[in-house]
Design a protein around this ligand. Structure first.
Ligand code: PBG
Length: 336
């Protein structure tokens, strides 16, 4: 066998050799453009009634519904790991649901109780509460429904305002309207200000698509719509310019942070939104994105840890400043 000739006499005369910057781990770290940190993460968490309850969500392995007592313990751990913020989602028992979602603004409701307890025990963690009716309605839609099955916009906004106010009253730092009704950000901002909650922020689900990736979340909440779909209020998956219009409206109406949801199939939208605004941009790495990785990892088909980090880094590279992700705790542990 001839020895491999590594002398320079036969090398191409290249002035640029990009591989020079990839040669060692130190060099790669030096020129790395985007780095995922624990400060980027927001942890969505599910709450159930009762005490001593921790129930795994079948289609989201590793995610649990916690009763408030155990939720507090989990949040203390999460905070210890350096995660700055959580987003809360309640699982409401069926007998408390009705057509108009009145439980959503019950001052003693599950979310309201949880927020008060969190603020007493882990006061520093940023608490974000979801504003939408689907966990509270018998029909599972995010808004009020008329006799023909239409989702009513303006009457829904009135209920959302009550809901946001009761969350602010309980001590929420941010309210996060995820319903996609027109004008809700402005109505909520005005109401919060009128009641003196000028420092309660709005994380707006601005470009929220009518996505099949929400399936496991609807299992978690038992909130799948009993009829129809959400396509008259959530966005058409084929649209990009419309996302910019929604973002622009939410900014004009008073949003503090704008969000794109889902994230992985919408990296182009994250990128465009980031270019269109100076506000922080959040991306929601949703339940179906989580479930796909978990399922493939359980089958032994992918390297779970590497795929999680690659996926979340791709969202940062696209322009996300913040990522809501069910992987938050796992990632915080990986980044320690
Ligand atoms: C409902 C809401 C949904 C999610 C967050 N808030 C589901 C939906 O719109 O049907 C989905 C989150 C996820 O899939 O992880 N307002």
């Amino acid at each position: 066998m001839l020895p491999v000739n590594s002398t320079t006499d036969k090398s191409l005369n290249l002035l640029q050799r990009p591989r020079r910057l990839r040669r060692t781990a130190s060099l790669r770290r030096m020129v790395r453009e985007n780095t995922l940190t624990v400060n980027d993460l927001i942890y969505p968490m599910f709450i159930i009634e009762g005490e001593g309850q921790k129930v795994e969500i079948t289609s989201m392995p590793g995610c649990y519904r916690y009763s408030v007592d155990l939720l507090l313990k989990e949040i203390a751990e999460v905070s210890e790991l350096g995660i700055n913020a959580i987003a809360l989602f309640p699982v409401i028992s069926n007998h408390k649901k009705d057509d108009t979602g009145t439980e959503s603004y019950n001052p003693e409701g599950l979310v309201q109780q949880a927020v008060k307890a969190i603020k007493q025990t882990v006061p520093d963690i940023v608490v974000i509460t979801d504003v939408a009716l689907d966990p509270f309605t018998t029909h599972g839609h995010d808004g009020l429904v008329d006799e023909k099955g239409n989702i009513l916009n303006d009457p829904t906004v009135e209920v959302l305002v009550k809901m946001a106010l009761s969350q602010a009253e309980s001590g929420a730092d941010f309210v996060a309207p995820s319903d996609m009704m027109d004008g809700r950000v402005g109505a909520i901002r005005q109401a919060l200000d009128a009641e003196g909650y000028i420092n309660v922020g709005i994380l707006a689900y601005s470009a929220k698509y009518a996505s099949a990736y929400y399936g496991p979340f609807r299992d978690a909440l038992d909130s799948a719509p009993t009829f129809g779909d959400k396509k008259t209020y959530q966005m058409d998956v084929a649209n990009a310019k419309e996302a910019l219009k929604e973002v622009e409206l939410d900014i004009v109406e008073g949003a503090d942070i704008v969000m794109v949801k889902p994230a992985l199939a919408y990296l182009d939208i994250i990128c465009q939104v980031k270019e269109a605004t100076n506000l922080p941009v959040a991306a929601y790495n949703v339940s179906g994105e989580y479930a796909m990785i978990k399922a493939a990892a359980q089958m032994g088909w992918i390297d779970e840890k590497q795929v999680i980090l690659e996926t979340l880094t791709s969202m940062k590279r696209a322009g996300a400043d913040l990522i809501l992700t069910y992987f938050a705790k796992e990632v915080a542990l990986m980044l320690l």
